[in-house]
Ligand binder design. Structure first.
Ligand SMILES: [Zn+2]
Length: 403
């Protein structure tokens, strides 16, 4: 049997409150026993008799593995020389220029994807969603290379691929290529600004949903459009989720227009998003983030992804998802022990060591051994201070750092 024993692991066990307010997180040191990639025991006292590969976490805090919910493994220039971004007048000009620039880089798509995978693993990521360009200018070439890069890490990183018609699903008819990508291993249909890029919001979304329905795939749409234009897209998107019964299988990334709706209209729209299980993914952009806390209160699932990481669209971004969620915390004024501990959930699919009542819910026997070991006293500190990652572990295997 493949058994791993990790001693001196700090886990969160509860909270201290003063006058009903959480003032402190309580932790304990335990020994974790992992068998076949799953936690089999959480021991208060170490058992020296246990045979297996031993590690010493030296008091590092255990957190659930992070999820990077929005990146582009084919677009990052990581590993190549510094280059800033050229100004353009439109998104069309940007993506027309992008293909030539990417193809001129000295590293292949697979090599650059590998660089970003390494950065993600070091950041604590155990699960990742990547968009990959699929359109007539590149056919399935980028997809093949990203799949090769991810395939080499299949035991270290859970991944899902969004087949992304960056040049428009209709504008540069990419429908058949997207279909082929889904048959090859992508599990979601992507899309971008159906009005601004495709010029016909309803036709574009119809085609997107038809493809998803036909191939049993999910959907993750880039939507930067604002105000009435963006809100009309949300309205029709929700109509189609219902029509094709794609509840809990779709997401809208960026979703800036959700910041443009208030009052009763907001309540109605957010309620529909929750009801249809449409999740919202944000890169916590400075200035145009949707109201993530209000969305959560309405029952909408919200996730964070780094998105641009040193690519043709932005010279910024370092691939550190914990840093990104810390930024979200700052932007939404999350400052108390309780608020910061909840903020972690944006990068862990909502899984936090303590529940909203301050009771321990994780780690438990039977949970997957997908962890991050962090140099912090509690999750609140880790989020606020973007604490150093000591090691990342997936299925009981160290994938970055060391113990
Ligand atoms: Zn994106």
């Amino acid at each position: 049997m493949n058994r791993i024993i990790i001693q001196q692991v700090r886990i969160e066990t509860g909270v201290k409150k003063v006058a009903g307010i959480v003032t402190e997180t309580v932790t304990d040191l335990v020994t974790l026993v992992i068998e076949e990639g799953v936690i089999s025991q959480v021991l208060k006292e170490d058992d020296a008799e246990l045979v297996g590969k031993r590690y010493d976490a030296k008091g590092a805090l255990l957190l659930p593995g992070f999820t990077e919910k929005h990146c582009h493994l084919d677009k990052s220039r990581l590993g190549t020389d510094w280059q800033a971004v050229k100004r353009v007048d439109s998104i069309v000009e940007r993506f027309e220029m992008e293909i030539g620039e990417l193809n001129r880089l000295p590293l292949s798509v697979a090599q650059r994807a590998e660089q970003l995978i390494q950065v993600s693993l070091q950041a604590g990521v155990t699960s990742l969603r990547s968009h990959v360009d699929v359109h007539p200018r590149v056919n399935l070439a980028y997809l093949d290379q990203v799949m090769d890069a991810l395939g080499a890490h299949s035991s270290e990183l859970k991944s899902e691929i969004v087949a992304f018609p960056q040049h428009g699903l209709l504008r540069n008819d990419s429908r058949d290529l997207i279909r082929q990508a889904l048959k090859k291993g992508a599990s979601l249909v992507g899309g971008v600004d159906p009005t601004a890029v495709d010029g016909d919001m309803k036709k574009s979304l119809d085609a997107t949903f038809e493809l998803a329905y036909e191939q049993g795939a999910g959907i993750d749409l880039h939507l930067h459009e604002r105000d009435e234009m963006g809100l009309a897209t949300f309205d029709y998107f929700l109509e189609l989720v219902e029509k094709y019964q794609l509840q809990n299988k779709t997401a809208v990334s960026h979703a800036f227009a959700l910041a443009d709706v208030k009052g009763a209209q907001q309540k109605e729209l957010f309620g529909r998003l929750a009801e249809q299980g449409v999740s919202i993914i944000t890169s916590a952009p400075l200035g145009s983030m949707p109201p993530v806390l209000t969305l959560q209160e309405a029952g909408v699932k919200v996730h964070v992804g780094c998105d641009n990481i040193f690519d043709n669209w932005s010279p910024y971004g370092n691939g550190d998802i914990l840093e990104r969620v810390g930024r979200l915390g700052e932007m939404t004024n999350q400052v108390t022990e309780f608020e910061l501990s909840r903020t972690l959930g944006f990068i862990t699919e909502g899984l936090t060591p303590l529940n909203d009542q301050g009771e321990k819910v994780w780690p438990a026997v039977g949970d997957a051994a997908d962890f991050v070991f962090v140099e912090a006293s509690c999750s609140a500190e880790a989020v606020a201070r973007r604490s150093r990652r000591v090691a990342t572990m997936a299925g009981g295997k160290i994938t970055a750092g060391q113990l």
